[in-house]
Design a protein around this ligand. Structure first.
Ligand SMILES: Nc1ncnc2c1ncn2[C@@H]1O[C@H](COP(=O)(O)OP(=O)(O)OP(=O)(O)O)[C@@H](O)[C@H]1O
Length: 255
């Protein structure tokens, strides 16, 4: 179990998220939602230990995550950032192979299990023979996003932290991604993702965490959180809530 106790974090000791407490239960998909600049990426990066906590504590299995070794941390958290670098001279398959690093012994070759996981991750992300030998620099934005995602999946961490994972993807691949997340959740993994599409979050996620003005405005299942009052208070839009007939989840109807 991962928990945040009164966490404040930001840049150069200036908090952009303030006093956030939350618990992330295994086997659930959490969406971080909120207006631009409210601190969603900062919160995700802080959980991944890519930036320091200013005050408060993040605990994993009862102890501060700052005490985890790098290798252990990489087995607990895999992070897909909003913008990923384009390393020169490596192809898609080589990138995905990096995902296995925390599981490998130093200088050891990839095992048959590693190879199987790499193949499966690439298959899940529809990276076929025409793509896997291409340098990352030669891919489209969406193809590159899928390559980074495959690397994160190959890491087989307990927590998958995804910052706007659907942004560059076409609709088919967005749905495919959300279904992969659902499969992982059924295997007991926990997914925390920043999303902007409120209906996507409502449809696929178990818990919505709404950030506003550096604080956690509210948290809970879509039925509790997705209200027209919240949309007005946080997103400053007047919208009504209907229901998705298929999933019976709340659906935002724009004015
Ligand atoms: N490297 C940085 N140095 C200083 N301030 C930063 C830095 N990165 C982000 N910020 C500031 O921190 C605040 C929160 O940014 P963050 O990227 O976490 O927001 P967000 O909710 O993810 O936004 P968006 O929806 O636009 O992606 C913003 O005011 C932003 O300007």
């Amino acid at each position: 179990m991962l928990s945040l106790e009164n966490v404040s974090a930001g840049y150069k000791d200036t908090p952009v998220i303030s006093h956030i407490s939350a618990e992330f239960t295994p086997g659930k998909i959490y969406a971080l939602l909120g207006p631009n600049g409210c601190g969603k990426s900062t919160l995700l990066r802080t959980i991944a230990q890519l930036q320091p906590v200013i005050s408060g504590q993040i605990n994993y299995q009862g102890q501060s995550i700052s005490r985890l070794t790098n290798r252990h941390r990489a087995k607990v958290f895999a992070m897909l950032s909003q913008q990923n670098p384009i390393p020169e001279g490596i192809n898609v398959r080589q990138l995905v192979e990096f995902g296995r690093t925390p599981h490998q012994r130093f200088f050891a070759k990839l095992t048959a299990t590693d190879q199987h996981i790499i193949e499966q991750s690439m298959q899940w992300c529809e990276l076929d023979e025409t793509l896997i030998h291409k340098p990352l620099s030669d891919l489209s934005g969406g193809q590159r996003q899928r390559a980074w995602l495959a690397m994160a999946l190959a890491q087989q961490s307990q927590y998958l932290l995804l910052d706007e994972p659907t942004t560059y993807l076409d609709l088919k691949h967005q749905i495919k991604l959300m279904n992969i997340l659902n499969t992982l959740k059924e295997k007991g993994k926990t997914i925390i993702c920043v999303l902007h599409d409120l209906n996507q979050a409502s449809h696929y996620c178990d818990e919505l965490m709404i950030l506003n003005n550096a604080q956690l405005y509210t948290q809970g299942p879509p039925d509790k959180v997705m209200t027209s009052q919240m949309l007005e208070n946080v997103f400053e839009i007047k919208a009504t809530i209907s229901r998705n007939e298929q999933s019976n989840t709340p659906m935002v109807i724009l004015p």
